[in-house]
Design a binder for this molecule. Sequence first.
Ligand code: AKG
Ligand code: FE2
Length: 320
Amino acid sequence: MSIVNIPRLDLINYTNGSAEQRQQFSQDIGRAFNETGFVTVTNHGLSKQLIERLYEQVKALFAMPDNVKEKYEIPGLAGQRGYTGKQKETAKGFTKPDLKEFWQIGQTVEDNDPVKDIYPDNVQVEELPEFNAVTLEIYKKLEAIGKQLLRAIAVYLNLPENYFDDKVHNGNSILRTLHYFPIADPDAIPDDAVRAGAHEDINLITLLIGASADGLEVLTREGSWYPVKAHGEDLVVNVGDMLQRLTNNKLKSTTHRVVNPPRELMKTSRFSVPFFLHPKSDMDLTSLESCIDAEHPKLYTDITAGEYLDERLREIGLKK
Ligand SMILES: O=C(O)CCC(=O)C(=O)O
Ligand SMILES: [Fe+2]
């Protein structure tokens, strides 16, 4: 069996470290993103109490009756805000939808950036004001952590450290709170229906809170599945297709999935909260010249982040 290297990185070494520690952090995250596309991050600044508050609210949201949640399903928004009901998203190449329901929160523009006009408003959960408050706080904090990580990656790529700053400022990022619901009768579900079918994330990088629950697996280069284990409150961070495209596959957007639990645990829920860090839709994803040479010929056509997102939302059935 192959050994998959998913290093555990201490963010304090980047945010408060010496020049040497910062350089080391950049090399460590860059190398891991080049090899497996995944790292775990500790000392990220989200307190245990905040994460507990988040999960309490996420559980309360999905505990509401389906007919209450369904009033927050907004036609025309491709699931990008509010509720998406059970079995609506189908991983690319799969025929059965994933066994999950989710709620998505988008960008809140706080300055007078005109991009404000193109983002739909977030949907407020009337029954749970605390859900609205804690998810907004988590969104802003994960966005700030993501910006730090992109700075470290920019250094690894020999770009100016602030290369991504203006591209992700007021970006089209999404916080997704997810519920993999209990399966009352395992025999009633189709054989190939899974919690989350094998897929790659669309965005630049993903920061996931709560991957300590079992089920998340990454596909190794040898073609086997390897479980991702995070220590308690660590974040799991991975490369998405936009960053892979920008770097002409130097950084790898690794295929991952969430498997169903063993039969005796089918009646239990699994919750998780990924943050998909997106740039503004006008970011040019044309592969960097520095990532193209005779050994690494250009693999992708030129496209903007907005055009690319549109294409992908159609493929997974969220956009008609
Ligand atoms: O639930 C998880 O652990 C991962 C979810 C995921 O990969 C996704 O929503 O893209
Ligand atoms: Fe994913």
